[in-house]
Design a protein. Structure first.
Length: 265
């Protein structure tokens, strides 16, 4: 079988750096180019990835035109990640997107584009298997506990809040939970935001601190008992087996899949 040709957007980032290493170490993958805000005209080895002569581009269209590829891995920002994903589909390249913060409208538009082109596209708010299990377990628990609060905790360089994982968890819980306004019916915030974001009565709290990587607790409460589900990523390597599975799977799909849980057995 011929190797899967991969382009990585965001190779100098915290996630992108790990993704470059993973792709270089995977014999079935061939890293053909990278997209970065800077370093156009240089190669990945020029910026420290010794052993890769993949060229770096700053212009997404030039990159995709010069380097036919099978898969784009995007690990950038919500703004540019959306443009890269859309442009990849337009060029017949299948996106694997870890970038979080896309709107529902953007996801819908990308789904329509992927289906019209009959191309796979995977957008996964969290690539860590443990995080996916936490989301699944939360959905199961929400059948029995109507009252739930999500606390997500991340490093202080994160751009989006709440995290993509927290939004996806809340969406999955919403599929099974009866809408309910939680807390006291007459509760009042004396400091604005004290009760966090509110999604169908479910509250989401975002903590940002140096020292953290990526963590989430889902707390359920009922009369006389609580249940806490927690996942912690202590490094970015924890996401890479999920990225690898997505690159392999996106080659076999013809639609947009939102969430790693939809492609795992
Ligand atoms: N799905 C998952 O499992 C995970 C997703 N993420 C998400 O991945 C994204 C990246 O996270 P980090 O690596 O922590 O961020 P980062 O800030 O370390 O890296 C982002 C990279 O994108 C690059 N970039 C920005 N604009 C660009 C453009 N126009 N063209 C090319 N590159 C551009 C930046 O130069 C930077 O190197 C975020 O949206 C984050 O939420 C992060 C961890 C896990
Ligand atoms: O920015 C991060 O770091 C992470 N982003 C993703 C998210 O928004 O959920 C996944 C993980 O939590 C790390």
């Amino acid at each position: 079988m011929s190797s899967i040709r991969v382009i990585i957007a965001g190779p100098r980032g915290r996630m992108g750096t790990e993704a470059v290493k993973m792709v270089m170490e995977t014999p079935e993958f061939d890293l053909v180019a990278a997209l970065d805000r800077k370093h156009g005209g240089e190669t990945l080895s020029d910026i420290g990835f010794s052993g890769s002569d993949a060229p770096i581009y700053t212009d997404v269209r030039d990159c995709f035109t010069d380097h036919p590829a099978d898969v784009l891995i995007d690990l950038t920002t919500p703004e540019f990640g959306y443009v890269h994903t859309k442009t990849a589909l337009e060029h017949g390249i299948r996106p694997v997107v870890g970038t979080t913060g896309f709107t529902d409208e953007q996801l819908e538009e990308l789904k329509e584009l992927a289906e019209s082109k009959e191309l796979g596209c995977i957008i996964a708010p969290n690539f860590a298997i443990g995080a996916v299990l936490m989301m699944k377990f939360s959905q199961l628990a929400a059948k029995y506990f109507q009252d739930v609060e999500i606390i997500e905790l991340h490093h202080d360089k994160k751009l989006d809040a709440p995290s993509g994982t927290a939004v996806k968890t809340a969406q999955m819980i919403n599929e099974v939970r009866q809408p309910k306004k939680q807390g006291h019916p007459d509760e009042k915030e004396t400091i604005q935001g004290a009760r966090g974001a509110n999604m169908n009565g479910m509250h989401i709290h975002s903590v940002r601190l140096p020292g953290l990587i990526a963590h989430q607790q889902v707390l359920f409460g009922a009369d006389g008992e609580t249940l806490t589900l927690r996942h912690d990523s202590y490094n970015r390597a924890s996401f890479m087996s999920g990225v690898k599975v997505c690159v392999e799977t996106v080659m076999k799909t013809k639609t947009l899949v939102y969430g790693l849980e939809n492609i795992l057995d």
